[in-house]
Design a protein around this ligand. Structure first.
Ligand code: T46
Length: 132
């Protein structure tokens, strides 16, 4: 099994609307060290195209939709993110590509580590060599 999973978040809903709570080491399986968000995306643009040596993340489409391609060097799988109550957990050493963004798609990302460009693998051949 590839080191990613879709996680259904518990929704507290009533006549006023809905609420989801995210807590380190409870429904989020790591200490949250960083939060970032992606917005003003465009359908013809591709993001990602990298893997992480150490980082774990959970990505939630707060609004709109986009597709993730996930690749462990052996298999490639496609996952759509299109609900604010579903998180995509991506573990270490998974190549990701993000594409088919809807206009105005907003992604919220919870990360287990501070930003470190040295921890990215942005070359696909290097990624494949690293997991051999
Ligand atoms: C990932 C996917 C889902 C920072 O300075 N700090 C940060 O915390 C981040 C995430 C990025 N940046 C800078 C680095 C680049 O100059 O922001 C610029 C855009 O980052 P990048 O091209 O890596 O963005 P995406 O959308 O391709 O990838 C991002 C995350 O970097 C990555 O970890 O898994 O979202």
């Amino acid at each position: 099994m590839m080191n990613y999973k879709l996680m259904n978040m518990k929704v507290f809903g009533d006549e006023r609307g809905k609420l989801v709570s995210l807590e380190s080491n409870k429904n989020i399986p790591f200490d949250i060290k960083r939060i970032y968000y992606i917005f003003d995306t465009l359908p013809d643009q591709v993001r990602g195209m990298h893997a992480h040596k150490n980082l774990e993340q959970i990505i939630i489409a707060m609004d709109g939709a986009c597709q993730f391609v996930l690749d462990d060097g052996k298999n490639r799988e496609e996952v759509w993110l299109n609900r604010p109550d579903v998180g995509l957990y991506i573990g270490k050493n998974i190549w990701r590509e993000m594409r088919h963004f809807s206009y105005g798609c907003k992604l919220l990302v919870l990360a287990s580590e501070y930003y470190d460009e040295n921890e990215y693998i942005r070359d696909y051949k290097e990624f494949l060599n690293g997991i051999k």
